[in-house]
Every structure is written in C-alpha cells, then in structure tokens.
Ligand binder design. Structure first.
Ligand code: HEM
Length: 527
C-alpha cells in the first residue's frame, strides 16, 4: 500500500508536498484539520510533527504502555521499518544513488535517533534530555537548526506510526528503533534494543537544553525564551576571536547549554577557525579550520557534557559516519525554480558521503583517514570540509569534516582509530555497545539497563541473523564473493544481498529496491 493510499484508508489529515528545509512552494491538496499543517515535506509530516498527535498517542502511563509492548511483534515491526526505509519517496528521495549505492533512509534514520538521543547531558551527576519523551516532534527541539530536515525523517517514519499495530508505539521507541534497524539491516553485525520510552505531551522539558527554537513556540510568552546566543561563552586561545564562540556549560538563566548556541549536536562540524598569528595558520589553504582545536571541542562536548569516554567517542563517531552522508549541494541544482531535494539537498551544508557504501556497513571510515592525506576543501554550498589530496585515491569521492579528522589528530583518539582499523570485531562491538548506551539513557531512565529492567521488551535481532544465510562481501579490490553469514564475520564488509526467510514486507521492500535502482538518481515513489 502506498503512503497516500494508507493515508486515505485511515481517513486522515492533510497532504503537503514541498522542497528542502521548509522553504519552497507548498501545495496543500486536502485538509480536514483545524490548524494548517506546516509546509515541511512528505505526507504524514503532521503525524511526526503534531498537531495531529492525539490520534496516534502512545499511552502516558507505564502500566498501559508495557501491556501494549508485551504483545508487540518486534520482528514484524523490523520488517515494516525496513520496507519503509528502502522505499524512496519522491517528496524526499532516499540517498544512495548519488553515491553509487542503493536507495536507503538508513543514514537519515541514524541521524534522527542520534539527534533525539544526543540531547542527553549529565549535570552534577543527574541526567537531563535523551530521546525518551520523543520531544523532537515538538517545539523547541524540532526548530533547532541541528535537527534540520529531520521532520522529513519523521514524516517517512510516520507511515509506521499510523499502522494500526503501531499507533500506540511511542515516538521515543520508534525513532531509536528505526535508527537501530537502519544499522542492523545495513550490515552492523550485532546490536540490541529495548523498548519502553514514554512520550511527553510537549517539548517543554527541552527548553533548558538549548537556546534555539522560538519560531512557533506553543507555550506562554514568558515560557518562550528568545532565539538568542548563549549568555556566557568563550574562545580557544588559538581561535580567531571573530569565529563562533563556545557556550559555557551552565548559563546564568539556568540553561544546561550545549557547546554552541547550535551546531549539530553541539560540535561545529567545520571546527574552530585559527587566528592569523597561530603557528598552524596556512594562508595558502582553502580554509583555516583546526583539526587540533576541533578535537578539544569534541572532547569537551562528548566527555565533559555528555559523559562519554574517549574510546566510546571514537567508536560512536566512526560508526555513525559509516552510513549516510552530508548534504550541501543545493548550489548545483540545475533548475533553481525547483526545490532542492534528492542529490541537490542542503541540510547542514557539507557535501558527500564518508564511505564508499553509505547504505551498507563497511570499514572505510578509519582506514581512509589513517591512510590518506586530507586537504582543505569546500562543499558546493561553500562550507569548509576536507577531501583526499590524491584524486586517484579509492576514497576520492568521500569527504571528511574537521570534527572527523579530529579523531585521527588527537593522540588518544588516534590510538583508538588505529585499533579499530586493525580489528573490525572490536570496532563493531564497541560501536554497538556505545550505540546501545546512546539510545537507552535519558532523564527518565538514566542507566542504560533501566529500560530492560522496566519494560522487559528487548531484542538482539536474532530473527535477522536467522534470515540472512547468504551475503556478499566487497574486498579491497572491489571483487565480491559469497559467504555464509554476515553475523560475526570480520571482513571488509559490504552487505549487498540477502536471501532466505523474509517477511512479505521485506520481500516487497527488496522488489521495490530493485525498481528504485533502475530509476533516476533522485528516485521515484515506487509502491
Ligand atoms: C563530532 C560529532 C559529530 C558531528 C560534528 C557531526 C556532524 C554531522 C553532519 C554535518 C552531518 C551531515 C548532515 C546533513 O547535511 O545531512 C552528519 C550526518 C550524520 N551523522 Fe553526524 N556528527 C557527529 C557525530 C555523530 C554521531 C556520534 C553519530 C551517531 C552515532 C552521527 C550520525 C550521523 C549520521 C547517521 C548522519 C547521516 C545523515 C544522513 O545520511 O542523512 N553523527 N553529522
């Protein structure tokens, strides 16, 4: 059933088509709501971005929610998410084809789960934020620039939320599970997941976590704190004083501030700009972003503000950036009268994938950074990033952010990067463990095992292992061969085919995927 048929069958809501970043023309074709939906992309957007939340409300008391979870078919939910993940919607085409890979929302779902969970702060031993509450749907989180285009991810996922079997599933569980499904289905060899996140009724609890997001504040005037830079901030000694300042952790107004007013979960991807008197300043370079200072920022954010060890930090960034890509290619849009989407999308403004197979789990991330020389470059949209010095490199089509190169520049981070490049099993395990910790801690359940103890509804994705008897791997030379199972395999992995037991939905997803591959790079709605 297509998204629109399903929507129609449910007798629901409004259909809104639009381009990138909330801009561009919007065409409202039907509406039965009292409040006009926001012009932000695909159908179902208003399910992932209330006001229509009430229709699909998850129980707010634990006992009722746990009762619902007891009957939840996790394998079916997995299959249904995979089906949606591999069906490119023309309103917001899935990535992959522009990097010679298959169409998949795995990267987008991964970023959704990460940005929802990455609000966690440990302040004086107390946890604040986290994905429980599902507050990214609401003001202010949905307006944070960090979360740009994640309304599209929620809109795609809302196709799951409106299915009768999942209407009671919480958004907190859905977003974190979808991110994990993306990783597992793309080939991450092991993972575990526990359900039990209770949704909040508003985004109020996130007000103290950042300064952004007042454009459509739904609270009283007094409660809507203005869109403003943080009150107290500082620069690194070697940083250009005109460059973005860093926010002090604790602000006078009581906010528990991220490291910037905004900046992709609180680290500016392009890193600090060096001042001209710095010994590392190179006036011949395209930009003056410091990998060393960026490492200081990453450590300050991940260790001091979020409570991650250096080892976990390296595993998390490496695993997170194995899938998906940056979007900064609106400038190349051949027809400026058309919205920037698909291969011409702009989200954060950096352009390109980190690895050669951004829709499939692989081990390129550290290898390319350790073995290649990287030089300053700019995305088509003008953001500072890095490219391989050698145009003949196997990795010449990939890019790095300054914050990526930080993990091979700082000596302690680099030790872990080297270990992960030598031992893929260690990388897989450390990333899976860190991802579990990332997605399972929140103010409501501060310890990573709390959800398991509370709701007792967990999976280690055994059903996927059983259903994947045959997979193919890409070797360094790009030659593929078939092996028994991806699970537990230590190899240069790129999962390119899965056969065996598949549910109807997954089968359908595979057929749809084959169709997608034969369409234009921007993809088409194929259902
Ligand atoms: C130093 C910390 C980090 C920085 C500066 C950073 C920055 C970025 C940027 C700029 C993008 C591109 C967004 C866009 O234009 O679409 C991105 C994408 C992404 N990030 Fe990160 N990130 C960081 C850490 C992480 C972590 C820890 C994870 C997960 C564990 C993660 C997962 C992802 C994923 C999956 C995408 C791909 C999104 C897509 O394909 O649409 N990132 N990140």
């Amino acid at each position: 059933m297509t998204a629109s048929k399903l929507l129609g069958a449910l007798g629901a809501v409004a259909v809104v088509l639009n381009g990138c970043g909330g801009g561009g023309d919007s065409v409202e074709t039907t509406t039965t709501t009292t409040k006009a939906p926001k012009p932000v992309g695909c159908e179902f957007t208003n399910v992932g971005n209330p006001p229509l939340d009430e229709e699909y409300k998850s129980p707010s008391d634990k006992a009722t929610y746990h009762k619902y979870l007891a009957d939840l078919d996790m394998e079916k939910l997995y299959d249904d998410i995979v089906g949606v993940m591999k069906t490119s919607e023309s309103c917001w085409p899935a990535d992959g084809p522009q990097d010679d890979d298959e169409a998949s929302y795995a990267g987008l779902f991964g970023r959704l789960a990460w940005h929802c969970s990455g609000t966690l702060r440990i302040i004086n031993g107390t946890s604040e934020g986290g994905c429980e509450g599902g507050r990214q749907r609401y003001w202010p989180e949905r307006d944070w620039r960090d979360n740009d285009n994640l309304d599209k991810a929620r809109a795609v996922l809302a196709q799951i939320k409106v299915m009768p079997a999942y209407q009671q599933l919480s958004w907190g569980d859905l977003m974190t599970f979808a991110g994990t499904v993306g990783l597992v289905d793309s080939g991450l060899p092991s993972a575990q997941f526990c359900f039990g996140r209770i949704d909040d009724d508003s985004g109020k609890e996130s007000v103290m976590l950042g300064t952004e997001g007042i454009e459509d504040c739904e609270l009283s005037k007094e409660e809507c704190i203005t869109h403003a830079p943080c009150q107290t901030s500082f620069h690194w000694p070697d940083q250009d004083p005109t460059d973005d300042p860093r926010c002090n952790l604790t602000q006078a107004d009581g906010r528990q501030q991220g490291s910037h007013s905004v900046g992709l979960i609180y680290v500016y991807p392009h890193g600090p700009q060096l001042k001209a008197s710095s010994p590392d300043y190179d006036e011949t370079a395209v930009h003056q972003r410091s990998r060393k200072l960026s490492a200081d920022e990453v450590r300050d954010t991940f260790k001091t503000r979020m409570g991650w060890t250096d080892q976990e930090t390296v595993a998390l960034i490496g695993g997170g950036h194995t899938l998906g890509r940056g979007h900064g290619n609106c400038a190349n849009n051949p027809d400026p009268s058309k919205p920037c989407k698909g291969k011409y999308t702009t989200t954060a403004g950096y352009e390109g994938a980190w690895t050669r197979t951004p829709s499939k789990w692989n081990y390129d991330y550290f290898k390319a950074m350790l073995e290649e020389e990287w030089e300053p470059s700019q995305s088509p949209d003008g953001n500072d990033q890095w490219k391989t010095k050698s145009e003949d490199s196997d990795f010449s089509k990939t890019m790095r952010l300054t914050a990526d190169l930080a993990v091979v520049t700082d000596p302690i981070y680099r030790e872990w990067a080297v270990k992960y490049n030598e031992d893929f099993d260690l990388f897989n395990k450390d990333f899976a463990d860190a991802w579990f910790k990332l997605t399972h801690r929140s103010a409501g359940h501060p310890n990573e095992k709390d959800l398991e103890d509370d709701a007792k509804k967990c999976t280690t994705f055994e059903f996927v292992k059983r259903a994947a008897p045959k997979v193919q791997f890409l070797t360094d030379a790009g030659i593929s061969h078939t092996t028994g199972s991806v699970w537990g395999n230590n190899n240069k992995v790129a999962l390119v085919g899965v056969a065996g037991l598949m549910s109807f939905v997954t089968m359908a997803a595979v057929f749809r995927r084959q169709s997608i591959q034969s369409t234009t790079p921007e993809g088409l709605e194929m259902m």
